[in-house]
Every structure is written in structure tokens, then in C-alpha cells.
Write a new protein. Structure first.
Length: 100
């Protein structure tokens, strides 16, 4: 967040698109497995939103997008939606749009 603020002077959007998926039966997970899943899928987006929110609140503007999918492990699906998200947040001149 600091690097973004130093370079651009503001933080308009924060996208968490990380996830971890391992298919197991309900009998297989170990405590370490469950802790890793909780850390990546619950704690990481919480800490990211917690860091971004005060900045966006001071700006009176910002968007936090939390998403994940096991589809990222399949090459044909990787990043297909991200360019669309980025395009709709631009004002046509490559700058973030602040329209609410």
C-alpha cells in the first residue's frame, strides 16, 4: 500500500485474488492443512482490507474486491476477468474513474 501511495498519491482499488485449493475428502485434512486454508482464504483478505480501508476512508473513495477461484489453476481461465475489472475502473484516459 505504501508503494502505491508514494507512486500514485492514492489508492483507488485493492484486489485480493489469491486462493488455495486442494481437493480432499472430509476425512483427510490435518490441522496444518486447515490452518493454511484459513490463512490464505480468510486471514489474508481480512488483513488486506484492514490495510486498505483507512486509506480509502480518508480519500472518501475506494473499492475493495475480494475474489478467488480454483479456476486460476487452469491456464485457459487465468486472468480472463481482471482486464474487464480494470477497464471499467478507468475513465477512458487511463486514469481511475472516481464516479460513484
Amino acid at each position: 500500500m505504501e508503494t502505491t501511495l508514494l507512486k500514485f498519491g492514492r489508492l483507488d482499488i485493492s484486489i485480493h485474488n489469491a486462493g488455495w485449493v486442494v481437493y480432499q475428502s472430509v476425512q483427510e485434512p490435518t490441522p496444518d492443512f486447515l490452518q493454511r486454508a484459513i490463512s490464505i482464504n480468510l486471514e489474508a483478505p481480512t488483513w488486506l482490507a484492514q490495510a486498505a480501508f483507512p486509506i480509502m476512508k480518508r480519500q472518501n473513495y475506494g473499492r475493495i474486491v475480494l475474489t478467488t477461484s480454483d479456476r486460476a489453476i487452469y491456464q485457459q481461465y487465468a486472468l480472463s476477468g481482471l482486464p474487464v475489472i480494470l477497464e471499467i475502473t478507468r475513465d477512458g484516459r487511463g486514469r481511475p474513474s472516481h464516479n460513484k
